[in-house]
Design a protein around this ligand. Structure first.
Ligand code: ATP
Ligand code: MG
Length: 558
């Protein structure tokens, strides 16, 4: 039952839970993941999902997926559906426990009536601006609203009329009657219900008043018998209000709010509100653009659920905010793909090579291992012929000393094939290199050197007549500064990296990839891990996304 029996590292939340089980405070652990359906989920949400669902799994408890849908202006069914897809894809199952805060609107309304009847809530008709003025500041107490002492009868009547739609948006507000002088601004008579004449994606036009987040969240937890309500640190100051809401109704249960630090990653942003701007202003191709830190973006980029869960486990759960390097996330996917991806050859920027002494019509099938360390993954045959493509970057006409690849007069090894020597360089009228003329040594089949001569460079290649065309998309950091939000005076969009996407249109990949599996990642030898783009790739026109390079290119300065 206890976390200690699982492989998951102990964290302070699991310690609290262990204690609650030992003391008998709880015998069943219930958590929830409570997204607001106002955007697609990002990797920060994955941290919360892994924590909440992970705890439920390890303690044989329950975890619900609850939509905190109290703000119909910004929410939609598209977001609801995408969130369900993403949670499922990450490998979690809410079973019967799909919930919406809107499922509880009737009950929440009853809770509000109770507060009014007990003299703990009142209807205010100060304007939004006046409410701000009355609220005070961090150093000055607030002032009581002139409407604070309305009678219970009057409050009940006004609240009922709010519900019936007799007033405009913003004309009236239901507020908790707590303490306008509290040192915690959240406790200065916070709003509980506001008027919004907007249809709701779940309840249609049934309501024109909607409960506020803090009130809804606390009482939804109580209704669901959540034992540990895990949220991010910015809610620490809201905890007294959370507790107040629960204490002042007759709560079905008494959940405990515990805060942990948000995930922040460098070179990206982690807020649905800001990510929405990137989408709406067409800075990216959509929520699932492979550069986005969204779960759907990472999925399209080629991340696996396992790699994201592994990442969330590595970063751990603490009370201290810090920013994680993108390299940590990339290491998780790299490790996973290194183990599980078959090796193939793909040329990103192709350069024609004609092997002059190779017979014109001959094709040989050469054997290539699918994984260097895992013979169980087998091998395949790849065709070799007179004309091949190599990588443009693997040739230099006038190479520096430490360049061990192809150059005029130099010999290199073609992976799984032969040694070739560059004899001539063909250029177009503009002086661009368009073709190399080489010779091969027939004694070196499979890359062996019978005389033991040393050849340093080994290049990947594909046979020109057999290769399949592919568009290759390479990705870089979405922003060009580690924290695009650091400068409060300038728009974070100014820090978008103009080179975050590179589309290479003359890629050539080995023929077997014509039937590439859309659910499989491949290591293109020497170039990184790639997967088919789930949106744009077709059998006639392949598009590969590079998920990640073979080595960490982030930690070094570029
Ligand atoms: P955003 O600003 O991106 O909309 P949010 O906190 O408003 O984030 P919610 O949909 O309310 O988004 O979040 C659902 C749950 O996910 C909450 O419990 C929240 O605390 C948690 N969460 C959101 N962002 C992060 C993050 N960066 N790291 C860890 N947990 C997060
Ligand atoms: Mg939110």
């Amino acid at each position: 039952m206890s976390a200690a029996s699982s492989e998951t590292p102990v964290n302070f939340i699991r310690q609290i839970i262990d204690e609650d089980l030992v003391t008998g405070k709880h015998d069943k652990i219930i958590t929830r993941f409570p997204p607001e359906p106002n955007g697609y989920l990002h990797i920060g949400h994955a941290k919360s999902i892994c924590l909440n669902f992970g705890i439920a799994q390890d303690y044989n408890g329950l975890c619900s997926l609850r939509f905190d849908d109290t703000n119909p202006d910004k929410e939609s069914m598209e977001y609801v559906e995408s969130i369900k897809d993403d949670v499922r894809w990450l490998g979690y199952d809410w079973g019967e426990r799909l919930r919406h805060a809107s499922d509880y609107f009737d009950q929440l309304y009853e809770f509000a009536l109770k507060l009014i009847k007990d003299g703990k809530a009142y209807v205010d008709n100060l304007s939004a601006e006046e409410i701000r003025q009355y609220r005070g500041t961090l150093t000055e107490p607030g002032r009581d609203s002139p409407y604070r002492e309305r009678s219970v009868e009057e409050n009940l009547d006004l609240f009922e009329r709010m519900r019936k739609g007799e007033f405009e948006d913003g004309e009236y507000l239901l507020r908790a009657k707590i303490d306008m002088a509290s040192s915690n601004i959240n406790m200065r008579d916070p709003a509980l219900y506001r008027i919004r004449h907007t249809d709701h994606q779940m309840t249609g036009d049934k309501w024109c008043i909607y409960p506020m987040y803090d009130f809804t969240h606390a009482l939804s937890d109580a209704i669901e018998h959540v034992t540990h309500s895990l949220c991010t640190l910015e809610f620490e100051d809201h905890r007294p209000l959370y507790d107040w809401c629960i204490e002042n109704v007759e709560p079905p249960s008494r959940p405990r709010q515990i805060e942990f630090s948000r995930l922040a990653l460098d070179y990206t942003i982690m807020s649905k509100r800001l990510l929405t701007r990137l989408v709406d202003e067409n800075k990216v191709s959509g929520w699932d653009d492979p550069r986005m830190p969204t779960i759907s973006g990472l999925r399209r980029r080629g991340f696996t659920p396992h790699s994201i869960r592994d990442f969330c486990e590595r970063i751990g759960i603490t009370k201290k905010d810090n920013t994680i390097e993108m390299g940590v996330l990339e290491n998780s996917i790299r490790e996973d793909l290194d183990k599980n991806s078959p090796r193939v050859m793909g040329v990103l920027k192709s350069l024609r090579v004609v092997i002059e002494n190779y017979p014109d019509d001959k094709t040989e099938q050469l054997e290539a291992a699918n994984h260097p360390n895992n013979p169980e993954m087998g091998s395949r045959e790849i065709p070799f012929a007179k004309t091949i493509y190599i990588e443009q970057d693997d040739f230099m006409e006038d190479p520096p000393k430490n360049f061990f690849r192809l150059a005029p007069g130099r010999e290199v090894r073609l992976r799984y094939a032969y040694l070739i020597t560059c004899k001539d360089v063909i250029k177009d009228d503009a002086g661009n290199i368009i073709e190399l003329r080489c010779t091969y040594d027939p004694e070196t089949r499979g890359g062996k050197t019978p005389d033991g001569r040393k050849v340093k460079g080994t290049l990947h290649w594909v046979s020109a007549q057999h290769a399949v065309d592919a568009e290759i998309r390479l990705y870089d950091r979405l922003f060009d500064v580690p924290n695009p939000l650091a400068d409060k005076d300038s728009d974070f969009m100014l820090h978008l990296n103009p080179d975050s996407l590179q589309k290479l249109t003359n890629g050539k990949v080995e023929p077997g990839l014509a039937h590439a599996n859309a659910r499989q990642s491949y290591q293109f030898e020497r170039q990184g891990y790639f997967c088919l783009d789930s949106k744009d790739s077709t059998p006639e026109a392949l598009v590969f996304n590079r998920t990640v390079t073979l080595r960490d290119s982030w930690s070094r300065s570029k």
